[in-house]
Write a protein of this length. Structure first.
Length: 301
């Protein structure tokens, strides 16, 4: 069994997350009553048991903005106590005059490897997160993303196909920063025209050597674990970015709404079956370790 580094998962305490408290807020992944509760590290470890996961990367979950450091501290304390996760993607507000005071605070936590501020915007309000569609073209966003290189931090990039041209220009404006494209570009329109727009944007992003593609969250818009859908996106993404620039992430517990960790991993393993062993290992393990600077586990072979 190939060893796996899960490059995208969450743990949380419900009380810390505005979208998990109070009235239900519509989300792109559909009804989510089942995860409106604590999702602690012990449950995550139980979920991945037997799947070959040796290490993992936590990605921020949208605590209140002013509590960005509290989130990093919570995850660092969790890692210190349990040995998981092995890297942290924290939140920082890139739409501010100078993000460096926030980055200085995040740099206190030894596992922080990068930041994510979700920039995705869509005509459909249900899919909309950012305030405007053109944040990738905003000068202060570009300046702040470029500043990540001084800290050795990466940037987890989340955009829809209509934003990918601006996202590619953002990547080109900060060549010293690695940008990790979330959820394989968030293909939400499965019509021929929608797929063509996604492919065009993905090809544009793939021309930027500092952009890598995270194969995660592929059930987001279909609300199920669909092995054929996963295989289609994985094959196309790998063809565009190459096996050395793709990496696996579970997006748990969101995907837990419709599948188990074992079934999800099985779908990805099947989707990667067309590749040789070295390329499969790169996507399932080695690339995430390189991109997020995950230290080799002492017990790993």
């Amino acid at each position: 069994m190939n060893r796996i580094v899960d490059a995208h998962h969450h743990i949380w305490r419900q009380a810390d997350l505005p979208w998990l408290t109070g009235p239900m807020q519509p989300r792109i992944f559909g009804p989510y009553e089942a995860i409106r509760r604590d999702y602690p590290i012990r449950e995550y470890l139980d979920d991945l048991a037997g799947c070959g996961v040796t290490q993992s990367v936590y990605v921020q979950t949208n605590w209140a903005k002013e509590r960005f450091e509290d989130e990093a501290a919570f995850v660092q304390q969790t890692a210190d106590a349990h040995g998981f996760p092995h890297a942290i993607v924290a939140y920082a507000d890139m739409d501010t005059g100078d993000v460096r005071p926030q980055l200085d605070r995040l740099a206190r936590y030894k596992l922080v490897r990068g930041v994510r501020m979700q920039l995705h915007w869509h005509d459909n309000p249900l899919y909309r997160f950012a305030a405007r569609p053109d944040l990738c073209a905003e000068a202060r966003i570009r300046a702040n993303v470029a500043r990540l290189s001084d800290y050795g931090f990466s940037f987890d990039l989340q955009v829809f196909s209509g934003q990918m041209a601006d996202a590619a220009a953002l990547a080109e404006s900060c060549p010293a920063v690695t940008l990790i494209l979330q959820h394989a570009g968030m293909l939400e329109d499965l019509s021929p025209a929608g797929r063509d727009a996604w492919r065009a944007g993905m090809r544009r992003l793939a021309t930027c050597p500092n952009v890598v593609c995270k194969l995660s969250g592929l059930g987001t818009f279909v609300h199920r674990n669909d092995p054929a859908h996963i295989a289609n996106i994985v094959e196309e993404a790998v063809a565009m970015f190459g096996a050395s620039r793709c990496l696996f992430g579970s997006n748990f517990p969101i995907e837990k709404l419709w599948t188990s960790f074992g079934d999800l991993v099985a779908a990805y393993r099947a989707a990667l079956g067309f590749l040789n062993k070295s390329d499969r290992d790169a996507i399932l393990r080695a690339n995430a370790m390189r991109v997020y600077r995950v230290v080799q586990a002492a017990t790993a072979e």
